[in-house]
Design a protein around this ligand. Structure first.
Ligand SMILES: *Cc1c(COP(=O)(O)O)cnc(C)c1O
Length: 429
């Protein structure tokens, strides 16, 4: 595998871009090796600047549920671009987008479009604080809600990957308003709620940002009940799970209703989009209807909305996509599980729908502490070897891998074969 051009580009990148990247996990720091510069993508494949081909399991970290460069989405973007990329004025498609989101996610009665998941969560927290007149929020250790100040406490994703779950630069006064609970431990939430007036609980209903960690049986319903009892706003952060696990996201899959929902990733079809929405009574507090300020120069711009709307329409129009994703993901899972038992490497494979993680851990991973106990050195060796076999998974133990509608049976079989070879090599050293 040639990597000359990628190496040369990275050498230039680190001179002018912090760490050589515009988002930390891309730097491959925790797994070793130097990042591949990607030249193009189509369907399930990526090609780097050195001409190597990869089967992609990152999918831009979630958005590319239809696969890369889906012609229907590409065409929608091209058509929109020809008519002007941004007006800073209202457009018809924004109304269609809002109507479609509300029809797909029943707990969302009104929605506001923003430009990223980070914007969605920070705005939802402001809104929840205004609505309840309370300041404290509860988040879960290992969950990631974007990079806004209130969430950078035992944060998952890149923060966990690089050993900086608590970031310098976040004021102590901001941190003191964020309370941390343990995922899958309802008692840890209950005791916080008994002792504090809490504006909002924010949670990834299925965690993707400490690797894939599903909620335990009663966890989400118990969380819903606690929030109702304490008149606390339940924010389901579905930036990753929204439109991925089901048309209505994790809340459809687990039959639970959020007060506010944050969305991103799939909703933009590969362009920068986020959204937050929920109960009308709460959403009506947003400016200019209400006093809670939130705005955006490029929010709802025609280019991004064209990509997102086309993606959601496809997903809404052909719901067999989800059954198909489940079938493929189950096939991949069974192959990997077979390899694990055959090679005896200490691994736990965890999956919900089309998101999953191979943890280098003897025990199942259910929270921040069990995730933190994984053998990340071994994961790094696994990642680098898989990359050498042309399989591009997430370069971090604490990120989920994603399947798309474009992955073929051949892709999956090749992945299972590579996984077996790599696990075999790990089992002997
Ligand atoms: C990715 C992610 C975010 C942040 O979204 P950005 O678009 O990267 O700002 C927030 N919450 C969850 C659950 C995510 O997976």
């Amino acid at each position: 595998m040639k990597t000359d051009q990628s190496k040369e580009l990275f050498r230039r990148a680190v001179e002018r871009i912090p760490g050589g990247v515009n988002s930390p996990v891309r730097a491959f720091r925790s797994v070793g090796g130097s990042p591949r510069f990607i030249a193009r993508a189509a369907g399930s494949k990526l090609w780097d600047v050195d001409g190597n081909e990869y089967i992609d399991y990152i999918g831009s970290w979630g958005p590319m549920i239809l696969g890369h460069a889906d012609p229907r989405v590409t065409e929608a973007v091209q058509r929109a671009a020809e008519r002007g990329t941004s007006f800073g004025a209202v457009t018809e498609r924004e109304v269609e987008m809002a109507e479609l989101i509300c029809s797909m996610v029943p707990s969302v009665e009104m929605v506001r479009m923003v430009n990223s998941g980070t914007e969605a969560t920070m705005s939802a927290i402001r809104l929840a604080r205004a609505y309840t007149g309370r300041e404290k929020i509860i988040k879960f250790e290992g969950c990631y809600h974007g990079h806004a100040d209130p969430f950078l406490i035992k944060a998952g994703s890149g923060a966990m990957t690089h050993g900086t779950p608590d970031s310098p630069g976040v004021p102590a006064s901001v941190v003191s308003a964020t309370l941390s609970a343990r995922f899958n431990d309802i008692n840890s939430v209950e005791s916080l709620m008994n002792n504090h007036k809490v504006a909002a609980v924010i949670v990834e209903p299925v965690v993707g940002n400490m690797g894939c960690v599903p909620p335990g049986d009663r966890f989400l319903p118990a969380l819903r009940a606690l929030c109702t009892k304490h008149q606390t706003v339940l924010i389901l952060d579905e930036v990753m799970t929204g439109f991925r696990l089901a048309p209505g996201g994790a809340q459809e899959l687990y039959d639970i209703r959020a007060d506010l929902t944050t969305l991103g990733k799939v909703i933009g079809g590969g362009l920068p989009v986020g959204a937050y929405g929920g109960k009308k009574e709460i959403m009506e507090m947003i400016s200019p209807q209400g006093p809670v300020y939130q705005a955006g120069t490029l929010s709802g711009n025609p280019l991004a909305i064209a990509a997102g709307l086309e993606t959601l329409r496809i997903l809404n129009g052909d719901r067999s996509i989800y059954a198909d994703l489940e079938k493929k993901a189950a096939f991949l899972e069974s192959g990997i599980r077979r390899n694990i038992s055959m090679t005896g490497v200490a691994c736990a494979y965890q999956r919900v729908g089309s998101m999953g993680t191979l943890f280098f851990s003897e025990r199942p991973v259910s929270d921040y502490d069990t995730a933190g106990a994984c053998d990340t050195v071994r994961f790094g060796r696994y990642f680098v070897s898989m990359l050498g076999h042309g399989i591009y998974g997430p370069p971090s133990q604490f990120e989920a891998a994603f399947l798309s509608a474009a992955h073929s049976e051949e892709d999956l079989s090749a992945t299972i074969a590579a996984n077996r070879t790599v696990l075999e090599s790990l089992s002997v050293d």
